[in-house]
Design a protein around this ligand. Structure first.
Ligand code: G3H
Ligand code: 13P
Ligand code: NA
Ligand code: ZN
Length: 328
């Protein structure tokens, strides 16, 4: 059944686990996200970015979600707008049947400039006021994702601000977070604690110290009842990089957020963990593998089926390790 993010977050907060929120663009991603949830008895958050909506078309996407729910009627599913950039984006998502929206007011609507606290509050509160009237949940964001190593924003990935941000801006201020939630009434809050989007997060191997866990703990201590969201939470597993690179790909050396560090975050209030890159890599690796081994193959099902299986195994692992398994 389709349910709101708030309903899922309430159970996650009560029982101290997190739900992976997987990005979805097509049937081949929907099937493993749902199949893995069914197999592990997990609740589901599927999220579509603006890019996903443009790629798949809103009509196709809304029917894809209906198909997911019809296939697995016993699985609780939240359909979430990832990184909505304006009230209009959030409202059109709701009109297409989404049960949750992110109003990312940390950047201007065109993504070119960081906003002020007041601007972020104003645009987010407006979305909350409308969404809550129809039982739709809202995720807000306070702070700016980007690399703490370089201070750079995320323009290289097509995300976010293209420029150097101060360390102050790259880590969410706990007092601002508390005021933001009070003023906007968001149901979940994305925080900046050292993660960034895409495959190129860290240039060294993390050693239990890659996230700003102290900062996360300060935020959680101040607003213990607010479900926190970790964006940019892909682990960028070396084995997936290796599969891609062994079959004609060219992923440069890179590290993501180890699952163990995400589990640390879950101890301090993280309840929604956004994962897109890991499924992209699993899908691409499997397709490359089939096509390089069988250059004469041209039946798409021959490479899409293994790519579904590869994504499914990533999904199952995340449901299990974030504690969502058994809570469906
Ligand atoms: O936050 C971004 C997600 O990874 C979605 O990426 O905008 O390329 O669909 P996208
Ligand atoms: P990754 O790029 O780490 O998968 O993050 C996805 C995300 O945060 C979507 O909002
Ligand atoms: Na942001
Ligand atoms: Zn994100």
């Amino acid at each position: 059944a389709l349910i709101s993010l708030k309903q899922l977050m309430d159970d996650a907060s009560e029982h101290g686990y997190a739900i992976p929120a997987f990005n979805v663009n097509n049937m081949e991603q929907m099937l493993p996200i749902m199949g893995a949830a069914d197999a592990t008895d997990s609740p589901v958050i599927m999220q579509a970015s603006r890019g996903a909506r443009a790629f798949a078309n809103d009509i196709v996407l809304s029917h894809l979600i209906k198909a997911a729910i019809a296939l697995y009627p016993h699985v609780p599913v939240c359909m979430h707008q990832d990184h909505g950039n304006s009230p209009a984006t959030c409202m059109s998502a709701i009109a297409n049947g989404f049960s949750s929206v992110m109003m990312d007011g940390s950047l201007s609507e065109d993504g070119a400039t960081p906003t002020t606290f007041e601007e972020n509050v104003a645009v987010t509160a407006k979305v909350v006021e409308m969404a809550h009237l129809v039982g739709v949940s809202v995720e807000g964001e306070i702070g700016h994702l980007g690399s703490l190593e370089t201070g750079r924003g995320e323009a290289e990935d097509g995300h976010g601000f293209d420029g150097v941000l101060s360390k102050d801006m790259l880590l969410t201020d706990p007092n601002e977070a508390a005021r933001f939630v009070e003023l906007t009434k968001v149901d979940a809050l994305a925080v900046a604690i050292g993660t960034s989007h895409g495959a190129y997060k860290f240039t060294r191997k993390p050693d239990g110290d890659i996230l700003a866990i102290d900062r996360l703990k300060e935020i959680h201590d101040l607003i213990p009842d607010v479900p926190l969201v970790m964006h940019g939470a892909s682990s960028v597993p070396e084995e997936l990089q290796d599969i891609i690179n062994a079959h004609g790909g060219d992923i440069k050396p890179t590290w993501g957020v180890p699952v163990e560090e995400i589990q640390q975050g879950i101890k301090f209030g993280v309840r929604k963990v956004n994962v897109d890159t890991d499924l992209r890599m699993a899908m691409t690796g499997a397709i490359r593998q089939v096509l390089t081994a069988n250059p004469a193959e041209f039946d798409p099902r021959k490479y899409l089926a293994p790519s579904i299986a590869a994504m499914r195994s990533v999904c199952e692992h995340r449901y299990e390790s974030f504690g969502a398994a058994g809570r469906g």
